[in-house]
Design a protein around this ligand. Structure first.
Ligand SMILES: [Zn+2]
Length: 312
């Protein structure tokens, strides 16, 4: 009996040691987590990927929210004030929040645009963007992967004890992005080149077009702020007919009315709803991926586009 008790005590001590060593090495208790405030759902996802258990991320914009038009609410302001560090997308995507970012920066708070780590020469500046860079970089997966560097740098600065943890998670993130890019290239190859024409309501897919070799045509231009003119409208109807395009697409964060009218006038099908400037609802599953994640958003878009345009 005594021997049994002693060996049981040894067993308990060993079990305690093992379970202690199995705990994530640098995870923090809930109350000690670093509070981070983010803007779009893509930025929220990016910070979660790299920050893991050490951060508590509060995103301001959920599914279906248009960042071009978004104005901070009073509850957002308190979230922004609570955040030890703030990450936003940048390149004027959050057009109505720029003054707020400047104010927060001058209050000595780290406010970082994740797109800052993309080399300027990799950014697109299409003529219709009137001298501005195109902000929709997340649709070229390798560029979004670069944005992780700003997050790693910012988190390590605000929480130096977690540097090793963030670095390891960043390495895993880069690897996942490589796989996602390879998956996207492979899926796009199912569609022969002449069929690779993507028509949507606003100009969010230029990087997508460059990375995966699609011609992209957006009705509304860079931002959803400007409305399409009648000339744009009839021009697009003619373009669709002339190129015998099989499907055009609506976006989750832009009203569907204009694309639906074009669909009727040009006699073309609406191929589905794409995510442009916001991801889907977390937990909404499709073909085994979560539409509320960046990976799910990318896979949903590519699958919807390729499968709709492939049809005869
Ligand atoms: Zn946009």
């Amino acid at each position: 009996m005594k021997i049994y008790q002693r060996s049981f005590a040894v067993f308990l001590a060993v079990a305690a040691l093992v379970s202690a060593s199995l705990k994530p090495l640098h995870a923090l208790a809930a109350e000690k987590k670093i509070t981070v405030t983010t803007t779009t759902s893509m930025v929220t996802d990016l910070v979660r990927q790299i920050g893991g258990d050490r951060v508590e991320v509060q995103g301001l914009m959920g599914a279906g929210v248009d960042p071009h038009l978004y104005k901070a609410t009073s509850s957002d302001l308190s979230k922004l004030q609570r955040g030890k560090i703030i990450f936003y997308s940048g390149l004027m995507l959050e057009g109505k929040m720029q003054d707020l970012f400047v104010k927060l920066t001058s209050a000595k708070r780290p406010v970082l645009a994740v797109t800052d780590s993309i080399p300027k020469k990799k950014l697109l500046k299409p003529a219709q963007f009137e001298g501005h860079f195109d902000p929709h970089v997340w649709f070229e997966v390798p560029l979004w992967s670069k944005c992780g560097e700003t997050v790693l740098k910012g988190l390590a600065q605000i929480d130096p004890a977690g540097k090793e943890y963030y670095t390891a998670r960043h390495t895993q993130f880069v690897e996942r992005m490589k796989n996602l890019h390879a998956w996207s290239l492979k899926k796009s190859e199912e569609l022969p080149n002449p069929k690779r024409i993507l028509v949507t309501s606003h100009d969010a897919y230029n990087y997508f077009g460059r990375a995966y070799d699609f011609k992209v045509v957006g009705l509304q231009g860079i931002s959803t702020v400007t409305e399409a003119s009648l000339a744009d409208f009839t021009g697009l109807v003619d373009f669709i007919k002339k190129n015998s395009i099989k499907a055009i697409f609506v976006e989750s964060s832009v009203p569907h009315t204009t694309i639906e009218r074009i669909s009727k006038d040009a006699g073309v099908k609406v191929g589905g709803e794409l995510f442009s400037d916001a991801m889907g609802t977390p937990g909404q599953m499709e073909n085994g991926y979560d539409l509320g994640t960046y990976e799910g958003m990318i896979k949903h878009n590519m699958t919807t586009i390729v499968d709709s345009l492939k049809k005869r």
